[in-house]
Structures are given as structure tokens and as C-alpha cells.
Ligand binder design. Structure first.
Ligand SMILES: [Zn+2]
Length: 63
């Protein structure tokens, strides 16, 4: 079963809140998503914790 969890992150460029859909069935994932507000590429790291909320980190891609 795939669980999608809606989570908010803060864009490291413009500071806006962005809503993401996190797939809980993958323990660790990293991908790049463009900010919906300023269109800069955000490097997103997700660490899913079983039975708990995922830990999400958002960084500038070239950080
Ligand atoms: Zn932004």
C-alpha cells in the first residue's frame, strides 16, 4: 500500500510554504522539486519514520 502524506516545507529561496506529497513507503528519498512560487530548484530529502511523520529537509540545490 502506498501512503501519500501531505507535508509543508519552506522554500529556502523565497521562504514560501510549499505543500508536498510524500510517499511514506520509501524510507529515504532525495529529489529535486521546483518551487511553485519562485521556480528555483529545491533539493528535498525525506526520511520516513514508520508510524510517525516523515522528516523532511529542504535545501538549495547547490548548497
Ligand atoms: Zn521559492
Amino acid at each position: 500500500m502506498t501512503l501519500l502524506e501531505g507535508s509543508n516545507i519552506q522554500c529556502p529561496y523565497c521562504g514560501e510554504q510549499i505543500e508536498l506529497s510524500i510517499e511514506n513507503s520509501i524510507e529515504e528519498q532525495q529529489y529535486t522539486e521546483d518551487c511553485q512560487v519562485c521556480c528555483n530548484p529545491i533539493s528535498i530529502t525525506v526520511n520516513a519514520v514508520p508510524g510517525s511523520s516523515a522528516h523532511i529537509e529542504a535545501r538549495q540545490e547547490n548548497d
